[in-house]
Design a protein. Structure first.
Length: 279
């Protein structure tokens, strides 16, 4: 009988990178190489690790990093439900948002910095990533973890309230009821905003928003739910909530300052409204 050889960690990491690129339908051949080059375990602290399974966590049997190279959520703070997100989901986001060399990225909800690191490498050379994390302990860990990466600034604070630099991409890793106007205003022409839209308990939908000369065009991508985004998850300002079907029909985001909601509105908030009409 032929002996079975266990793959090395390098082989496991390479295969995981290839799976992530395939899961995202990557057209940028840099993605797999970058994922392979950035060890996930370097951002998660010493093992064993807590891996999310259903509504609970399971501890890995030991501190072997091979356990991390699966499509799993890994706990950053079990009490608050903060995790390092599913790799295949992020691969799809990265491919849809298409960060490019020289671009400026705002990462909201950076955690301990793993996906920030991937973003920073995708915008090389000459790109910048401004990573916002509201949890002080996580921001401190991210700042330390990201020291080797070029063009990264970690900000401990609320990205819904702080001034933001002009950006080509805003990458949001927390559930949003309605995007703050300051996010939409920060986008340069052609800039993208990707975030999990969670206006009701039944709707969890990733939206890709692109700023054009005519306004903010929306493309719904996939279902997903995240922990609420502090500062952008208050539903008290919602004057009309969407059904699941209406949410999937959204094609643009409008600013109330530019005009009141019309008959195409499927969701209405104080400062923004979501329309089924394209722009």
């Amino acid at each position: 009988m032929t002996a079975i050889r266990r793959a090395s960690l390098d082989e496991i990491r390479l295969f995981h990178a290839k799976m992530m690129a395939a899961a995202g339908n990557a057209t940028d051949d840099r993605l797999a190489r970058i994922i392979e080059a950035v060890p996930r375990e370097a951002f998660l602290g010493p093992g064993p690790w807590q891996i999310r399974a259903g509504r609970s966590y399971l501890e890995t049997p030991c501190a072997d990093p091979a356990f991390l190279y699966q499509n799993v959520l890994v706990a950053l703070d079990t009490e608050k439900g903060i995790n390092n997100g599913e790799p295949f989901l992020h691969a799809a986001w990265l491919c849809a948002a298409a960060p490019a060399a020289g671009e400026t990225v705002i990462h909201v909800g950076a955690g301990t910095g793993y996906y920030t690191a991937l973003l920073s490498m995708l915008v090389l050379p000459n790109g910048r990533v401004h990573a916002y994390e509201i949890e002080a302990a996580l921001a401190g860990r991210a700042r330390e973890n990201l020291r080797p990466f070029e063009g990264v600034e970690v900000i401990h604070g609320d990205a819904t309230a702080l001034p933001l630099p002009p950006a080509d991409l805003i990458y949001v890793n927390a559930g949003v009821v309605a995007p703050p106007v300051r996010w939409l205003d920060a986008l340069r022409s052609g800039g993208r905003l990707i975030f999990p839209w969670q206006p009701t308990d039944r709707v969890g939908l990733v939206l890709l928003v692109t700023r054009t000369d005519a306004g903010h065009r929306v493309r719904p991508l996939m279902r997903a739910t995240f922990i609420p985004c502090i500062g952008a998850s208050d539903r008290s300002g919602c004057r009309k909530a969407p059904s699941v079907a209406d949410a999937a029909a959204v094609r643009s985001i409008r600013l109330t300052r530019d005009g009141p909601p019309d008959e195409t509105a499927v969701a209405i908030h104080d400062d923004v409204w979501f329309s089924r009409a394209d722009i």
